[in-house]
Design a protein around this ligand. Sequence first.
Ligand code: URA
Length: 217
Amino acid sequence: MEEWRDTTTLDQLFESIKDCRRCSLAQNRTNLVLGAGDERAEIMFVGEAPGFHEDKQGEPFVGPAGKLLDQLLNSIGLDRKQVYIANTLKCRPPENRDPTPEELKTCTPFLYKQIELINPRIICTLGNHATKILLKTSTGITQLHGKLVRKGTLTFVPLFHPAAALHKPPLKSVLIDDFQKLKELLKEEKSRREEEKQASEEPLGEEDAQPEQMGLF
Ligand code: URA
């Protein structure tokens, strides 16, 4: 039953949970939507839950909100194949209602397992649910959007949900601006990686090159 915990790839994880019946969302589901994209992505996006189109196709963000997400990714020189996209819930809630606390409790261990397997540097939380869960906060996205939150080597970037920007057009320009912050962050990450690489390739300095003196006395 809990074999998913020992899986070491996303395909294995999907195989072990695709017939999940841990909550009532299984009753009306067409497909469990685990996620899609690069298993080794540096950047991960986490939305709320599959909607109508996602449930039918088994892929995250393939409806109107997904089209906007694609445009936003393109605006910073990325496409969805270079990132990984997932949701807090893996099955569609009826009429796209909000996830219940019980459903989130049941389903988010799978999200944490995905994060462990992908090991991204950056996680963009899309909307209130993903932001509150992953940042363990009760503060809403209106206050948190665009503010980077660093936890060890991982940086969280809370963003408005693209569906919210479709309902409230003024939010679209906020989202576009926040994606520019993400672009800057990606640039920083790139130079940090290059510095790390250079440092690891540099010949040892004189001091480092001295053999360790044996303590003879
Ligand atoms: N909204 C989400 O939060 N996730 C999807 O996959 C699609 C729409």
